[in-house]
Design a protein. Structure first.
Length: 238
């Protein structure tokens, strides 16, 4: 789905990745779950592109529903995969955490679990090689993506700022559709390792000047980071 010129979503409100078109090719933000590889190929075809045009994959964090087909791209096509240093071991399957699920609603939770099962989400292919990135780093990839540390959901969670698209990709630093309750609007994401640290990262979003905020789960937001940060603050307080 084309959201704006040069900005495409792969997947849906349940699980999403994003393609950035820039000089010299494409950058992929996150890699969803393994069965969404066909969604990636479909979106590339719609764009008149192919896998070989992807110059790099940037993972917002190392959870299984974000690393899905990243190793396939790395192994079969030699595409480098970047991730926040503190989440590198998670992406390689060397460590994991088990945060609380929090509130759930049967219908919403069942829909999410059924979708991920159908798309191969129960079979995780971990990365064998990743390139760690750090806060403030600008990568030599299409869109010149800048890394912003947003810990909380995981220790190495990052946002990716792309000024040419007026966009920031936030992974699970927040959600606009809670996959376990179905509630819509900016709010803390489930399965967060450290909610207190995540709240600090929510406040940090106000300092990032971008119109588009692209989460890993939920509807893309195009009303600016300041308004989103205000709504997040209200959700955190509640």
């Amino acid at each position: 789905m084309e959201l704006a010129p040069g900005l495409h979503r792969v997947g849906n409100d349940l699980v999403a990745a994003y393609l950035i078109e820039g000089e010299g090719g494409l950058t992929l933000i996150d890699a969803g779950i393994s069965g969404q590889y066909s969604d990636l190929l479909h979106e590339l075809a719609e764009m008149g592109r192919e896998v070989a045009d992807i110059r790099g994959v940037i993972l917002t964090h190392g959870d299984s529903d974000h690393i899905g087909y990243a190793e396939r791209l790395r192994r079969d096509h030699g595409i480098p995969v970047y991730i926040g240093e503190a989440d590198a071991a998670r992406a390689r399957g060397e460590e994991s955490t088990h945060p609380s699920w929090g509130k759930t609603r049967f219908g919403a939770t069942l829909r999410f679990l059924w979708y991920t099962m159908r798309k191969g989400g129960l079979r995780t292919t971990y990365l064998t090689e990743v390139t760690p990135v750090h806060d403030g780093e600008v990568l030599d990839l299409p869109g010149s993506p800048r890394i912003v540390a947003l810990p909380g959901h995981s220790a190495g969670s990052i946002a990716i700022v792309v000024p040419s698209l007026d966009a920031v990709f936030v992974g699970d630093a927040l959600t606009t559709r809670h996959v376990l309750t179905g509630k819509r609007g900016p709010q803390p994401a489930p399965f967060t390792d450290d909610p207190d640290v995540a709240r600090q990262s929510h406040a940090k979003l106000a300092s990032i000047d971008a119109t588009w905020v692209l989460p890993g789960h939920g509807t893309p937001w195009n009303r600016g980071t300041r308004e989103l940060a205000a709504e997040l603050a209200a959700a955190d307080a509640a």
